[in-house]
Every structure is written in C-alpha cells, then in structure tokens.
Design a protein around this ligand. Structure first.
Ligand code: SAM
Length: 251
C-alpha cells in the first residue's frame, strides 16, 4: 500500500507516465451511465475524469493535487474513508485503481456507497498475482505485495452492492502505465521513469528490484524472454485481472 506521501514523491512523473488510456476511459464513461454529478475518489492527477459532467475530485496527496492539469475539476483534500459530503450528494462515485491504497477499504467503500446512487470501481483481481510474467518470473515480491493489498473482487463487489463485474482487457499499447500495462513491452520496465509511475516498485527494496530487472535484461538480450513468451505477440489485448465493478441503487 502506498501512502499519500509516496504519491507526493511520485506525482511529477505520474502525470507523464500515467496518461488515461482511451479504451479504458470509454469503459468507465459507459459505466457512469447518465450521471451528471460525479465524485472521483483517489483522483490523483485527474485521469478518467469525464469532461462532460460536473466532477469533484477527492485526493489525499497534496503533490498529486498540485500535478493536476490546469482546468481539471476542483479537488478536495480528503480520504475515501471519510468523505466530506452529505448522503446522496452525487449521481455517481468513481474510484479508479486506488482502492488498494486505502487504509480501510471497507470504510471507503461504505463511503462511496453513501454519497452516490451509482458506483464505478476499477480494481484488480489478486488471483492474477502470479499470472503476470514480471511477477511470476522476475519479481515474486510484487506478486506477494499485490496479493496482500488488493481485496478479492467478490468481496469488493459485495461491499459495493455491485450488480456487474466487467473484464477490462489491457491493450498492448496502453497509455496508462500501471504495472501490467507493459505486458507486451518488457523493455519498458528497464526504464526508471516507467517504474516511477508504478507504486509497486517503490514498495519493495531497491536491491530486489535491481536483481529481478538484471535477469530480465539478460533474458531480453539473449532472446530467452521472447522464446518463452512468443504467444504474447499474437495478442492485441489481454485479460490481466483488471475488473470494472458497477453498482446502482434500485429506484
Ligand atoms: C494509482 S493512483 C490512481 C489515481 C487515479 N485514480 C488514476 O486512475 O490515475 C492512487 C491514488 O490513490 C490515492 N490514495 C491513497 N490513499 C487514499 C485514501 N485513503 N483515500 C483516497 N485516495 C487515496 C493516492 O494518493 C493516489 O493518488
């Protein structure tokens, strides 16, 4: 789990490396349905905030708020676990790739449920922890970390009152540089800027990261990586465990 202070440090690179991906954005926009007012919790630098609705951002890291682009929706400095809004203040709440950082996800989910009729959460299924080649073959510490911080999707769905769980396949050229975005671009992990946009790398010791990446670099240099993963080249998008949960209060 990355604390807001971690995000204060990551903020300058984050906006550059974590550009919203248009295909993921389309899935989120569609999930928001006809909501006119939206609260984006754990909003970061504003990725995926729709421009055609009235958006309020909630974000605890001052650094991330400062890195929001000019003209972005107004941001309130607060945490998901205690939202400074009255019940039912918004048509929809959204929480995108943030839930795993919350100190008390149960409380945060209860809050995003309290303030909005419709809830849209993008999270990741920890059962995929060992399925991504980077974690499976080079950095099992990332798999262990993610298993410990991501809640099981069924549990999130229940707490959210989720009606549907949608698979979000990740395009091979995904512009949002989260951990699995580079599934067909292994060289990207050798770049420090790529890693600076991914909190997992800041949560495990440098020495372990360096060892794993040294082995990856060797496998890329001598062809062993692509000999093992030729099948990835046949795919344009892949299910890596990202799930969009959409729930709506009846009536
Ligand atoms: C990976 S970033 C995602 C940001 C944005 N939603 C996006 O899709 O780019 C996770 C964000 O969650 C924020 N965060 C951490 N703890 C939080 C909490 N308890 N409540 C709300 N947001 C939190 C971090 O500061 C960070 O900006």
């Amino acid at each position: 789990m990355a604390l807001p202070e971690t995000y204060d440090r990551l903020a300058s690179t984050y906006a550059r490396m974590r550009r919203p991906d248009p295909r993921i954005a389309a899935a989120i926009t569609s999930a928001l349905g006809d909501a006119r007012t939206v609260v984006n919790v754990g909003a970061g630098t504003g990725s995926y905030e729709p421009v055609d609705r009235q958006v309020t951002a909630v974000e605890p890291s001052a650094g991330m708020i400062a890195a929001r682009p000019p003209g972005a929706a107004p941001a309130v400095r607060a945490v998901a676990e205690s939202l400074p809004f009255a019940d039912g203040s918004f048509d929809a709440s959204m929480a995108i790739l943030t839930l795993h950082h919350w100190g008390d996800p149960r409380a945060g989910l209860s809050e995003i449920r309290r303030v909005a009729r419709r809830r849209v959460v993008l999270t990741w299924d920890p059962d995929f922890a060992e399925r991504f080649w980077l974690s499976a073959e080079y950095l099992p510490e990332i798999a262990a970390l993610n298993r410990s911080i991501f809640a099981p999707v069924a549990e999130v769905a229940e707490l959210l009152g989720a009606a549907t769980i949608r698979v979000v396949e990740i395009p091979a050229d995904c512009t949002d540089g989260f951990l699995c975005a580079y599934w067909r671009r292994p060289d990207a992990f050798l770049d420090a800027d790529t890693r600076a946009g991914i909190s997992s790398f800041s949560d495990i010791p440098n020495r372990i990261v360096a060892d794993g990446l040294k082995r990856l670099a060797q496998d890329l240099a001598d062809g062993a990586f692509w000999a093992r993963h030729r099948d990835l080249l046949d795919r344009d998008s892949l299910d890596l465990g990202y799930r969009l949960l959409v729930s709506e209060e009846a009536g």
